[in-house]
Design a protein around this ligand. Structure first.
Ligand SMILES: Nc1ncnc2c1ncn2[C@@H]1O[C@H](COP(=O)(O)OP(=O)(O)OP(=O)(O)O)[C@@H](O)[C@H]1O
Length: 947
């Protein structure tokens, strides 16, 4: 009679009485009797052990007779002797007796383990031998349905070059590529990785996003018998891959939290049995890391498959998620270290596109992999390492300046899409779920429905996600407005258009141009975004430093984007800078890298940017920041930009309880006023340039931020300049600070004289600091002229421009502001805004981009290039990131412009539309409440609802 053991209870399944917790048996029989009968009569019957698996009952089958019967019997007797199962408090003697029994049991378990181990080893050896024999047989019969041995003998040097087609199994590999995957040739290091996989090696493979990593494990998986388990982080990725594999007739399954119990039962059964006459063997099983770490049933099934010699390989996709040092750490990935412990002989293949030098050793340690060995000269032991050029020459990177107002940003976005990729596929990555929803709605409204948008983020339920995903695939939706939840793994060939980190940005842009055709990756960026992003990365390991690099990338008007990526990712020889150019592996340590010739900075006209001496402006900014600090105030980046430019009457907010320089205690919400004459007058840079300079000073370390990186203060470094007087600075004393700005065509046409000693330089590094600490004159011995003096003429001209173009010709502050907002130029690839749709807003700001010669490869025009793109967008002002409930002072958006969603009616309209729309996802209830609350309060403040 079978006995079921439910955790701490034993029941007789055919008993009438259901088992009750704590009781040894639910039957009327005495415990002893039931247990004895179970032990004595259930030979060769399974004991079913329930586990704590969350999703379904877990059953580990143990053959009582073969393995544990005697031991179980013993332990049952022990339990009986000690009154196990009783809830009576135990006296000292009984406790001691139990402890003794426990120790005995431990000793016995240890001894049994000792006996099992040699058997397990023997089993693995036999399985391996069997594979060898099978392979030899297959080599002679040329039958592709086999597994392959490590049959490529090392060369004389004792190493193996996997990147060749000289293996006994190479013909079968090529045949599978063509007949099963319908592909003609390999890309990048695919062939090497596949060879190493067929050779049963542990592998780490770093290939660019969209480079074709999937094939490197899918192809070996369909050669020969056995099951390959792919651990992948995202449902969207899993759906996509399983769908694609099924389309080409490969037996694959997925097991996620959404898989029903009956489906799972069937899958487990099929896994255990392998191939039968009626059902083909499952070749690939996709699971989430959560499933692996939580499901004992899955693990026990895999153990059985392994014992049967059919567990071929574990693939860990997006393997960088294992490491806390990576940009996307996931705790369940870390638990994958158990794989090598439980399945020491099953090879592991870790694949990723973004693996930094710091992450690689950590990854090896977590996955318990051996030291790496180069795939082109691999030792016979260790983990074979492959990497491929990480730069994809079909991706055209571009950073566009995001207009200050949300509405203008939508207009810029919409115009860009319609100009370059009308009616085609794209993804707009947004910073938060709310952003994604708002952008989707606004874009669709702005375009009168021409741009069909959909929303995809973690708050959308699985059913809707699937629907949006398939609508997008079928072209019913052109543009998905998404958070990174839509990012990893989405494989739609014709995505053309588009963070918190460059790794994330690289991943996101990797969705574009996966069919190999030219595509655009556009980052809409504004300095204020940095503050908003800062609060989102707060708490992330290295979050701030990663964000700094992202901001540096976005601000950089000179460095080739490919070089910038390479610099960032190439901190070690493992991922050398040249890895962006060549299919190098570990052996490469050369730092040489060519420019891409196709990004905005490569194509930028040399005279469209100017490098200016901004030491005086820097001094003023730092002085103002110090004055605000001394007064007990606090300013955001936008506030500080306004303050130094003399806007808002020099007012700034104070923190409650502080004591200002006038010795008076401040009340929360109180404001103070700044006298800019104390610092020699205002900074006369335009709004955008001032913001750019503030970010530049943040990157140089003169300014720093605090309170979740929202407020700006002068750093300790600031003293290098602020210790000097205005006269000293004007006399050219102290360090020189330079910054590169976009040049306006208007200013340029007025001649270099107006720029003073500003120089327009092309190429080389972006902004740099002279670094001279000498208190004497500048290097050129001349006095430092102020930008104010230099640009005075232009300023007046600017006001006139405003007057001419917008008919509001007012001077003063707003005139200045408008003039600087006119300090923009539309990339000459853009068409003029459409006159038919009376849409407000300014055009996106960018230096004129003209194809510059020589260009590495011919760049397509918008008409010939595959028409769609990948856009990174954040449409909220930094104030939007703050919650008024947090008691943080802020001064609202500096443009006074807000979404319609800021009013209750506006939100209602958005939500109704979102609900009724076929192409746009719905908004969560919490968001609705939040929106309504904000509407009532009339405050431009939106709770950050990031992923
Ligand atoms: N050898 C090849 N020839 C032609 N197309 C290929 C080849 N290998 C892969 N592809 C195609 O390239 C696209 C991207 O491949 P895949 O999804 O494997 O990329 P990936 O490296 O996993 O990207 P990601 O890291 O972004 O998930 C797919 O559409 C795939 O069919």
């Amino acid at each position: 009679m079978p006995v079921e053991f439910y955790g701490d209870r034993i029941t007789l399944p055919d008993s009438d009485t259901p088992p009750t917790k704590g009781a040894s048996s639910s039957s009327s029989q005495p415990h002893n009797q039931s247990r004895r009968s179970s032990a004595s009569t259930s030979q060769a019957q399974p004991i079913i052990i329930d586990s704590d698996d969350e999703d379904w009952p877990v059953q580990t089958i143990i053959n009582e007779k073969a393995a544990q019967g005697v031991k179980n019997e013993k332990s049952l007797h022990r339990g009986r002797a000690s009154g196990g199962g009783s809830s009576r408090p135990l006296d000292m003697k009984a406790k001691e007796a139990l402890s003794v029994q426990l120790r005995e049991l431990d000793a016995e378990i240890k001894s049994v383990e000792g006996q099992i181990r040699p058997l397990q080893e023997l089993h693995s050896r036999l399985v391996s031998e069997r594979r060898n024999l099978e392979a030899q047989l297959s080599a002679s019969s040329h039958h592709p349905e086999v597994t392959f041995p490590s049959s490529n003998l090392p060369s004389r040097s004792g190493t193996i070059n996997y990147q060749t087609a000289e293996f006994p199994f190479s013909p079968a590999v090529l045949q599978t590529l063509k007949t099963t995957f319908h592909l003609l040739s390999f890309r990048l290091c695919q062939e090497g990785v596949i060879n190493a996989a067929v050779d049963n090696r542990d592998i780490v493979c770093v290939m660019p996003t969209g480079g074709g990593k999937s094939l490197t494990y899918q192809l070996p998986a369909v050669m020969g018998r056995g099951l390959t388990v792919v651990i992948s982080p995202l449902l969207a990725l899993i759906w996509d891959q399983v769908r694609a594999l099924k389309e080409i007739g490969i037996e694959c399954v997925m097991m996620t939290g959404a898989t029903s119990t009956s489906e799972q039962n069937e899958i487990y059964e099929r896994m255990k049995v392998g191939g039968t006459k009626h059902k083909k063997e499952i070749r690939l099983c996709y699971v989430t890391p959560e499933k692996v770490s939580k499901s004992k049933r899955l693990i026990s099934t895999l153990e059985q498959v392994n014992l049967d010699g059919r567990l071929r390989r574990f693939v860990i996709d997006e393997a960088h998620c294992c490491s806390q040092l990576g940009h996307d750490f996931r705790p369940d990935y870390k638990k994958l270290s158990m794989l090598k412990t439980l399945f020491p002989r099953v090879p592991i293949q870790a694949v990723t596109a973004t693996l930094s030098s710091k992450t690689l050793p950590d990854l090896l340690k977590i996955l318990r992999l051996g030291p790496i060995t180069d795939g082109t000269a691999a030792k016979t032991t260790g983990t074979v390492f492959f990497s491929a050029p990480l730069f994809r020459p079909n991706l055209h990177y571009q950073v566009l300046s995001k207009p200050a107002s949300s509405k203008a940003a939508i207009v810029a976005l919409g115009e860009w899409i319609e100009a370059h990729h009308p009616g085609q596929s794209g993804i707009i990555y947004c910073l938060s779920k709310k952003d994604a929803e708002t952008v989707a709605y606004e874009l669709r409204t702005w375009s009168n429905g021409d741009i069909k948008t959909g929303v995809y983020h973690a708050g959308i339920d699985d059913f809707q996600k699937e629907r949006i995903h398939s609508n997008w695939r079928e072209g019913k939706v052109n543009v998905i407005c998404a958070t990174i939840a839509f990012g990893l793994g989405i494989d739609k060939g014709d995505v053309r258009y588009m963070s918190k980190s460059l790794e994330g940005y690289y991943q996101e842009t990797g969705r574009a141009g996966r069919d190999g055709k030219d595509s655009d990756c556009v980052l809409f960026f504004r300095g204020q975004d940095a503050a908003r992003l800062s609060s989102l990365v707060y708490g992330d390991t290295d979050g701030s430093s990663k964000l700094q690099e992202m901001v540096r990338f976005a601000q950089d008007l000179r460095t080739c984007r490919k070089v910038a990526f390479a610099k960032y990712f190439s901190a070690s020889a493992h991922l050398s800078a040249s890895a962006w150019d060549h299919a190098d592996t570990l052996s490469s340590s050369s730092g040489a890298i060519s420019t891409c010739g196709i990004c905005d900075n490569c194509r930028r006209s040399p005279d469209s940017i100017v490098k200016r001496d901004v030491t005086l402006e820097t001094w003023k900014i730092l002085k103002v920041a110090q004055m605000v600090q001394r007064e007990g105030g606090r300013v955001t980046l936008a506030n500080l930009a306004d303050l130094v430019r003399g806007l808002g009457g020099g007012m700034f907010g104070l923190v409650g309880g502080g004591e200002g320089m006038r010795g008076k205690r401040k009340t929360h919400g109180e404001k103070a006023q700044l006298d800019l004459e104390e610092v020699g007058g205002k900074v006369t840079l335009g709004k955008d340039d001032t913001e750019a300079l503030l970010i530049h000073l943040l990157l140089l370390g003169y300014l720093t931020d605090y309170a979740v990186n929202v407020y700006m203060i002068a750093s300790d470094t600031a003293i290098r300049l602020t210790r000097l007087s205005l006269d000293d600075i004007q006399a050219g004393k102290g360090a020189t600070v330079e910054c590169t700005f976009l040049a306006s065509p208007t200013k340029k046409s007025k001649g270099k004289g107006k720029m003073g000693k500003q120089s327009a330089e092309n190429g080389g590094e972006a902004e740099e600091e002279d670094g001279s600490e000498a208190d004497g004159a500048n290097g050129n011995g001349k006095k430092r002229k102020t930008t104010a003096a230099k640009s005075k003429g232009s300023k007046v001209k600017g006001r006139k421009l405003v007057s001419d173009e917008e008919g509001n010709g007012e001077g003063g502050e707003s005139g200045e502001r408008e003039w600087f907002d006119l300090d923009v130029s539309i990339p000459d690839v853009s068409p003029p805004p459409r006159a038919t749709k009376a849409r407000g807003g300014k055009n996106s700001q960018s230096a004129p981009i003209k194809p510059s010669a020589p260009v590495a490869k011919e760049t397509s025009t918008s008409s010939t290039r595959n028409p769609s793109a990948f856009i990174e967008s954040d449409l909220e002002d930094e104030a939007d990131n703050l919650d008024e409930d947090e008691g943080i002072d802020f001064h609202g958006g500096d443009d006074g412009d807000s979404f319609e969603g800021d009013s209750e009616a506006g939100w209602d309209r958005i939500m109704n539309d979102l609900r009724n729309s076929d192409s746009v996802g719905t908004m969560s209830a919490s968001k609705q409440r939040s929106a309504a609350r904000k509407g009532k309060q009339g405050v431009v403040s939106i709770i950050s609802d990031s992923e």
